[in-house]
Design a protein around this ligand. Structure first.
Ligand code: NAD
Ligand code: LMR
Length: 339
């Protein structure tokens, strides 16, 4: 049941920027001058639900804003320089955060922690002060730690609402659909895959058994596909050879996820997609943030779905995911506690 409804809703989300627009929203991008930030800002300019787009970065945002603002859609774009963070956040309903450094070959996402943890913590503190009602979509890595960092920072300020904080894991969902569609020779729209867990290596758990095209895969074909979904990010890092990690596919995934959040806020029903949120599913094992199918709505998170029936292979992947995820989450929380 869950698998079928998830497939239906996920495939409906592949229509990018669907909207039955009634209300419209002010959205901010923090890190808008970067490799993800620039194309993400362009794609958000194309989203009919976005009426105002505030672009912030410590460098380059006014230039990106001037450029994007000429695109002939009906939204206002403003750029904010390094000292204008509060103005950029003021009155925003959704804030997307791709600020921070990307990987180079040989690095893990956790290797980014030392630089990105304080960037994300400081941005979260400003959001808590200026715009605590906003939905926050965190792209900056390591997502498994940066999302708990945002939560703990907002908790310290007494303004944390778990319904409004999302780690963006959509790129894993996008890759899984594309790679499975490629193997089966069908349109990826027919091969949506629910990906649960976290967003790095073994914490990425694709539930291929829940898709009719994925459930028959066995042996080496299955193992290679799982590996490719778990380590798709490394493929891009290696190919870019020191020039960064996924930016264009991530901008697509980030804009698609943001559109889903906006559609939920706009009152649309039946929006279900995986995202990394404060979750009760494995909290009894000390894993209190987890990505699973989440129904989005007027308040952000409406309902966290259980993972549903899984195969013995997926059970093993899940058991491998949980200890790593627990460590990443605890590292994020400890960082804020010591700050
Ligand atoms: P990038 O270096 O091209 O851009 C990052 C931008 O952040 C830069 O413009 C920089 O000036 C800005 N920045 C740095 N500190 C800032 C601050 N305090 N406030 C505002 N902006 C600040 O990097 P990128 O390729 O765009 O990647 C950004 C992040 O996204 C990385 O951490 C990367 O690992 C992550 N990422 C996540 C996913 C995912 O699936 N969640 C996918 C790809 C990349
Ligand atoms: C990805 O999955 O592409 C991102 O998390 C970037 C990375 O470091 O691999």
């Amino acid at each position: 049941m869950l698998a079928r409804s998830a497939i239906r809703t996920l495939s409906s989300q592949s229509r990018m920027f669907s909207s039955s627009a009634s209300r419209q929203f002010k959205v901010a991008v923090l890190g808008a001058g970067g490799g993800i930030g620039q194309p993400l800002s362009l794609l958000l300019k194309l989203d009919p639900l976005v009426t105002e787009l505030n672009l912030y970065d410590i460098r380059g945002a006014p230039g990106v804003a001037a450029d994007v603002s000429h695109v002939d859609t009906n939204s206002e774009v403003k750029g904010f320089a390094a000292d204008k963070l509060d103005e950029a956040l003021d009155g925003t309903r959704v804030i997307v955060i791709p600020a921070g450094v990307p990987r180079k070959p040989g690095m893990t996402r956790d290797d980014l922690f030392n630089t990105n943890a304080s960037i994300v913590r400081d941005l979260a503190a400003a959001i808590g002060r200026v715009s605590p009602q906003a939905c926050i979509c965190v792209i900056s890595n390591p997502v498994n730690s940066t999302v708990p960092i945002v939560a703990a920072t907002l908790e310290k300020q007494g303004v944390f609402d778990p319904k409004r904080l999302f780690g963006v894991t959509t790129l894993d969902v996008v890759r899984a659909a594309r790679f499975l569609g490629g193997i089966q020779g069908v349109d990826p729209k027919q091969t949506p895959v629910t990906v649960v867990g976290g967003h790095s290596g073994a914490t990425i758990v694709p539930l291929l058994s829940q898709n009719s095209h994925g459930k028959g895969l066995k042996g080496e074909t299955y193992e290679k596909l799982v590996h490719r979904i778990q380590f798709g990010g490394d493929e891009v890092v290696k190919a870019k050879d020191g020039a960064g990690s996924a930016t264009l596919s991530m901008a697509y995934a980030g804009a698609r996820f943001t559109n889903s959040v906006l559609r939920g806020l706009n009152g649309e029903k039946g929006l279900v997609t995986p995202t990394f949120v404060k979750s009760p599913l494995f909290a009894d094992q000390g894993v209190d943030f987890f990505s699973s199918n989440v129904e989005l709505g007027p308040n952000g998170v409406e309902k966290i779905h259980p993972i549903g029936p899984i195969s013995p292979e997926e059970e093993k992947l899940l058991q491998a995911c949980l200890p790593d995820l627990k460590k990443n989450i605890e590292k994020g929380k400890a960082f804020v506690a010591q700050s």
